[in-house]
Design a protein around this ligand. Sequence first.
Ligand code: NAI
Length: 326
Amino acid sequence: MKIAFFDVKSYDREVFEPKLKAAKIRAKFYDTRLDEEDAVLAKGCDAVCVFVNDVVNKAVIDQLNEYGIKIIALRCAGFNNVDFKYAAAKGIKVVRVPAYSPYAVAEHAMALLLTSTRKIHKSYIRTRDFNFSLQGLTGFDLYGKTVGVIGTGKIGRVFIDISKGFGMNVIAYDKFPSDIPGVEYKALDDIYKEADIISFHCPLTDDTRHMFNLGTLGKIKPGVVIINTSRGALIDAEALLEGIKTKKIGAACLDVYEEESGYFYEDLSGSIIDDDTLSRLISMPNVIVTSHQAFLTKEALENIATTTIENIRQIDSGEECKNIVS
Ligand code: NAI
């Protein structure tokens, strides 16, 4: 078994290399993303291992098929970047890591919210410059506020528990509601209408793409804080910017962005950013952007590597694998 890893960072290699060695699996590590141009790098391998911004569309799958790739292993939970139906039609198995640390993502969502509401990002920079003024740093209590959680799966539930710990009222929307004590499910429009804080935790699908759009701006409570640690395209970025500019939205905490591919995970500090919407959002005093880092904890990386290798081993040995995307 030989695997071509794409979009690899040093922290990926550190955690994968010893585990691959122990499993006697050979690997090629590429920092380039998988796409039509670079799919050729998978030649001579049996599997590819990809991340959130690799492009695994029909054209790429055709190339992988030609090179004899049998497994596309996502080292993440979301799989919106893979045409998994087309891969299945070509006899290529797509596997993912459905859960590695819902705590990592939910805790990051709360970290962003607290940073935003208590303006920690501003005070950190001020005090480093020995500016101890409190001017403009007034925040608000989370206690007693209503948080609307959209998507109450693994991450959404942890975020709900954390929110309850802060004494917030939790309302939720999910296409497939379940029974969570102390949580009232509501229609999506009612979440938009009633919530002081809205946190997105549902997957990106045809149903959910731009579920927050220009029309949503007419429904939300003025001053609402929007948190997105799920997938960028759940939110129409132009509509979000419009909401910030018109002051309908009080603050936005974004770990993901609709057009993040090509920007996120790269050091572009010396470059001109072409994406005006991203630049404008980042320039706003009430928008906090992190670079799709919510998953990035030691525990999550360990679990991602262990599960990815086990997924590949199970498929290679013909065992049942519960993490196949179908
Ligand atoms: P999950 O599968 O446990 O939960 C997703 C929930 O969304 C389920 O309750 C499901 O019923 C609900 N849902 C499905 N379709 C929906 C719709 N149309 N409208 C409303 N709700 C819907 O997934 P999990 O582990 O909680 O992850 C959620 C998302 O978080 C992932 O899809 C992924 O995109 C994102 N994620 C982001 C990370 C980051 O580093 N920023 C890391 C890991 C996941």
